[in-house]
Every structure is written in C-alpha cells, then in structure tokens.
Ligand binder design. Sequence first.
Ligand SMILES: Nc1ncnc2c1ncn2[C@@H]1O[C@H](COP(=O)(O)OP(=O)(O)OP(=O)(O)O)[C@@H](O)[C@H]1O
Ligand SMILES: [Mg+2]
Length: 407
Amino acid sequence: MGIWTTARRAEREQDRAGRELVDQLTDTWRRACEHVGLSHAVQVASGTTIVVPTLARADVSGPDPVLIVKLMPGQLPADFRAPEVAQRLSAALGCDRIRVEPRGPHWVRIELLTGDPLAVDVTTALPARDHSVSGAQVLVARDELGRPLAMQWDQAPHTCVQGATRSGKSVWCYSVLAQLARLDDVLIAGSDPSGLLLGRPWAGTRHHEWQATGSRDVLAHRDLLDRLVAEMDARIAELPARQDKLAVFTPARPLIVVVLEELAGLLRLASTTPTPKGEAKVREQLLHAFGRLVSEGHKAGMRLLVVTQRADVTIIEGFARGQLGLRLSFRVDDPEALVMLHGQDARAELVQHRQSPPGVALVQAPGIALTRARGPRLPGPSEDADYARFWDEVAGDVPARLHQVAA
Ligand SMILES: Nc1ncnc2c1ncn2[C@@H]1O[C@H](COP(=O)(O)OP(=O)(O)OP(=O)(O)O)[C@@H](O)[C@H]1O
Ligand SMILES: [Mg+2]
C-alpha cells in the first residue's frame, strides 16, 4: 500500500511540475515560434491574429524535459527540425539542443536536451573473420538517437570523407577498413602518399600488392590506378550474359575497395612530374583513371573511398552526382567545402559544425538526409591506441606470416 501511495504522490508531483513548466514556457514558446516562422497569421472578424502550435503538455518524468506540441494544419515535424529553427528554439527554451520526434500525425514530441548526445564513444563491432561481404553490416556512424547507420559494402555506393586536420578522418578509416579487411571476399586497394593508412600495416597480406604508397614515386600511383582500370575493364568484359553488373563476390573475385587518400595532394605532386614528350601529363593521367573508376567501377565490383581534407572541385567533378552516395564531413574550416560535398542544404549547419569535436560528422547517404552523427572507433584502451589496433587487425589477416613466425 505504502509503495502505491508514494508512487501516486510522485506522479502527481510530476504532473504539477509539468504544468508549471508549460506555464513558464508558454510566453517564450509563442514568441520563439513567431520569430522562427512557425506561426500562422489568421484572419478573424476583428482583424489578424497570430496563432502558434499549441504547447499542450510537458513531461518531466525522464532525464530531459519533453514538450508535447500540436502541429498546425500544414506543419510537419521536419519544420521544427530544420537546423536554423532548432538552434533558435533551443536557445529560446534554454537548452543545448532539441530532438523532435513525430507523435501520430498531428503532434510532435520535443525533447529539451542538455549536453551533446554525441558525446559518447561509438565502438566498432568487428565482424567474425571469413564472413562474406554480402552478409556483413559495416558500421558507418551512430546518430543522435543512438541509431546505427550501417550498410553492406556490396550494396554501398562510392564514399567521400572530408575533414580538416585532426577532425577524425583517419580514425574513421581505421575503423571501416578494419571491418572490411576481415571479410574474405574484399580486397583493399588504393593510393596513399602518406603511407599510414595503406602500405606498411598491410605488408604480407593479399592486399599489399594492390596498394601504392609514399610520395617519392608518383608514377607508382599512376601505374596502380591504371592496373585497377585494366582490372575493371576485364571484369566488365567478362560479365555473364544478361548481367550488367558484378554482384557476387568470392575470394578469387573480391569486391575491391579503392582507397584514395589525399588525392588532391597526389595531383599536386603529379603536376610537376616530368613525362616523356608526347605523353599526357601525369596529373591528367591520374585524373583520367580516377574518372573512369568513378563512373564505371561500381558495376565492376569496385567501391571508391575518397579521403580528403577538403572536397574540392577536382574531386567532386569526377563524380556524377548520384555516384557519390555516401558522404561524410568531419569538422571543416571552410564553409564552401561543406556545401561542395552536401549541397546548399548544408549551409544551415555551417556555424554549429565548425565546432564539431573529433569524430563527429555530418553524414548523408542514399535515402538518408544530412544527419549529425559520430563515427565509430576501434575497441581499445584510449583514443591514441586506434592506429596500433588497426595495424593488428590488418596484420591479423596473414595466416601465412603467422606460420613463418612459428617455424
Ligand atoms: N570517433 C572518434 N571518437 C573520439 N575521438 C576521436 C574520434 N575520431 C578521432 N578522434 C580523436 O581525434 C584525433 C585526430 O583524429 P584523426 O587522426 O583521425 O584526424 P585526421 O582527420 O585524420 O587528421 P589529419 O588530416 O591530420 O590526418 C584522434 O587522435 C583522436 O584522439
Ligand atoms: Mg589522418
């Protein structure tokens, strides 16, 4: 009996606190809605009155207060979520950010959050080894509601990742490549002048001969891209009758992930590389191979992963709009880079995104609108252990080498 009375008393107390919050916020709510354009002007006999969505109820039973609001005819939850609107409403309501969820067709639930829901660690769940790419979900990010954004890489589009220095690009790549390297029927190929992401950690693996690293030998990068183009052409020529794309992958004919780390830097190096008379400049040769891989690689079982500090025209122009499907922007300093990769919609995110902590990105994918999310990190004791763990993961792919050590 005692317990029930106490529970009922607590409930009454919460109802009262909820009503008080509504009273306290009603005025602010009205003015904020008018200010951000969530109000309607309605003609009545005595003139014009301004109506705003009704703040019906507040629920203070959870960790963060929740407002229950009735939409006006013609309004959608998305109207409240637009970054510009959401930021202004949060400021007016005295919280850090709001989370808006529909509640039936006519209501929204607005959670008033303090702190950043992305201030949590997201850890990569590594698939078991020897799995097939067609059976493994690769974790790309986790959104503010904690929902995973994951996809099968054989279904994935090409990817472009951009971000300023120290924004989290490499850590994200370690996590995603470690997930992919565990799959039997995936080959990690590509070009990396820095020689950190590709190269040394992969020595002795089946992937290594498909990777060009270092900045001394630009022609090695060109040769690698040419080899990938030749492989692509061969695959397309061998497509079985009545098939227009490669859809089944095996260890003998794997899905090829083509990593292009700092392509812009490579192109700069290439612009001064001498070529024999009559041959196209190396920069043009690289761009030509890149363009072909972008436009035809997908149907030949190739998935580009372009990593760059700043998505610039050279890179974006290589992509036809729809082919550059998965786009991630970690913190970028130049607002135009955000717009370059995500389009005009990203303008509303500029101010907030400029202050994103490492690992937090704006993510966009086919069927997924631009979303703030956190990229995963490999499991490990500290953030600085990511690279060592990546190395172990990748090198763990070498049964042959293990035998040699044992012998
Ligand atoms: N997902 C994450 N969660 C938490 N911390 C992260 C995350 N990603 C990156 N960091 C932190 O940010 C630091 C810089 O990340 P990273 O080396 O990936 O940056 P980068 O974009 O590759 O920079 P550069 O362009 O200089 O290579 C990491 O050492 C780590 O401490
Ligand atoms: Mg890096």
